[in-house]
Design a protein around this ligand. Structure first.
Ligand code: PSU
Length: 302
């Protein structure tokens, strides 16, 4: 069978003329941010990618078709839709086969990007090892995907709601290069530093593109994770965000929130507890990641 694949007109043209393309995920739209900021942010992030010389390709499954690039109407519809499925590696095929609609997580977006020949992808932050994983076994499929699929993901580290030391340990075990951009510390999403050193550090998008090319020519599987700290002006200091995260985690445990619902629940709770400041920071860091991803995509073509 042929895969039901739809390229947006903009992405179709970019493919024909060989323009750099940056993939974007859709779970951040449906499960990561409230309406209408989710759609506004998605549009702004796409604009940042264009301003930096690349073409954005937001990825989602709509009525059983895998879309690489969404039109403005599709973006708006997805952003307002209720009960959209959150798709990871395990759910993609079933969603397409049953004609469903779903938003792609980091893992699923990497798979779709690779199918479409896109090598760079910008998001907010990757999933990781959840706190208490020693009993819950809750580890995001994003980590395994980074080990398997040759797509470079740019994110502001991993969300501070996770167990960051364990997340870095698992990435190391899986052989995923974790490269902090412009600093040596691993960033913690809303804050610039997690207090943990990043395994690797680079200051130049051209170096990152070079590392991608070497990895490809060595025949190594998997991608890179580029950990790009939130801009200084937009960060929420660790002392401020930590107690909010602790409170949200306690509430999630009391309400027995599990599996795929954990991350959206915590993000929503933190949004309310910070009077929206966590969302402002989230929007700023995604745009910052889009900028870097576009620069890397352009260097790859250079
Ligand atoms: N980045 C954000 N907000 C999000 C996410 C990333 O700024 O909501 C999503 C991504 O789609 C990522 C998912 O794959 O959170 C992780 O979910 P989980 O912990 O259930 O694997």
């Amino acid at each position: 069978m042929t895969l039901p694949l739809t390229f947006s007109p903009e992405v179709e043209t970019a493919r024909k003329i060989g323009q750099p393309i940056v993939a974007l995920e859709s779970t951040i739209i449906t499960h990561g941010m409230p309406w209408p900021q989710n759609v506004e942010t998605a549009r702004e992030v796409e604009a940042v990618i264009r301003e930096n010389g690349a073409v954005p390709a937001t990825i989602a499954i709509l009525d059983g078709r895998l879309h690489i690039g969404l039109t403005d109407t599709e973006l708006e519809t997805l952003g307002q839709a209720q009960n959209v499925a959150k798709l990871s590696r395990a759910d993609l095929a079933a969603c397409i086969a049953t004609g469903g609609t779903g938003a792609t997580t980091v893992a699923a977006t990497m798979i779709a990007a690779h199918l479409a020949g896109i090598e760079v992808f910008a998001t907010g932050g990757i999933g990781g090892v959840h706190r208490g994983a020693e009993t819950s076994f809750d580890i995001s499929a994003d980590l395994q995907e980074l080990a398997k699929t040759p797509v470079t993901v740019v994110g502001a580290g991993a969300k501070a709601i996770l167990d960051l030391p364990k997340t870095l340990e698992v990435l190391e075990t899986l052989g995923v290069p974790v490269i902090a951009y412009g600093q040596t510390d691993f960033p913690a999403f809303w804050s610039r530093s997690s207090g943990l050193p990043a395994p690797l550090s680079m200051d130049d998008p051209a170096q990152i593109a070079a590392a991608m090319k070497v990895r490809r020519s060595m025949g190594l599987t998997g991608g890179h994770f580029i950990a790009n700290p939130i801009p200084e002006a937009d960060e929420i200091p660790t002392e401020v965000i930590t107690p909010v995260i602790e409170e949200a985690l306690t509430a999630a445990a009391a309400e027995r929130i599990a599996a795929k619902s954990v991350t959206p629940y915590l993000l929503d709770r933190i949004f309310h507890a910070t009077d929206g400041a966590s969302l402002v920071a989230n929007i700023a860091l995604v745009k910052n990641n889009a900028r870097l991803a576009a620069r890397i995509a352009c260097e790859l073509k250079a």
